[in-house]
Design a binder for this molecule. Sequence first.
Ligand code: NI
Length: 253
Amino acid sequence: MIFDTHAHYDDEQFEADRDELLKSMAAGGIGTIVDAGSTLESWDKILELTEKYPFVYGAIGIHPDEVGTLNEDEMKRMSALLDRDKIVAVGEIGLDYYWDKENHDIQKKWLIRQLDLAREKQMPVIIHSREAAADTMDIMKAHAAGMKAVIHCYSYSAEMAREYVKMGYYIGVGGVVTFKNAKKLKTVVEEIPLERILLETDCPYLAPVPFRGKRNSSLNLPYVAEEIAELKGITSEEVIQQTERNARELYGL
Ligand code: NI
């Protein structure tokens, strides 16, 4: 079944129908979901979701736009939460020079601190990187060598994707790959092995065509699998099966 490696069901956009939606996942072919941490407030909601739904796992971390709220006490809380049974990764963490909400040195400092914590816990990391290609690569080389990682919502060149693949990392592919103007990402999918690709939604954001602009959910992932299958000249079932194996390997499930 489909493994959604990156979702945000903790988001308030799901407030009205979260339970109904999550209960419909199995019937929609969705087997497993990892809900990624973003803000401090997201952590408790994620724990709640993992306790309520057997097929939902969580990642705990702070998104680069939000690292201004981090401090040593919160790092201690993060460390304790990472020991919980259904928390399977540190994330999402990274650099975002597009929104540029926090100064670059602050972003780098907390990315490195969270990478160090993941290494200490021997856990995989979920990396968010937007318009920060070179700095992300430098930090991953210096601080995450040999660790398990996914570069989520991948938006850089095929050449850089090949470099990440050589480092043993996964490339997260979501709704954007179905967009007509996403030539760069389509090329990435063509050029890297299926064994390194993960399906993800980043929902409620980034719904695939034909729902572009609407609220996204894991139920839309068949459209992403289909597009990847077409680009690779294989069946969408093969895409679903292999990406599920990949996700289980990454998260140790
Ligand atoms: Ni996300």
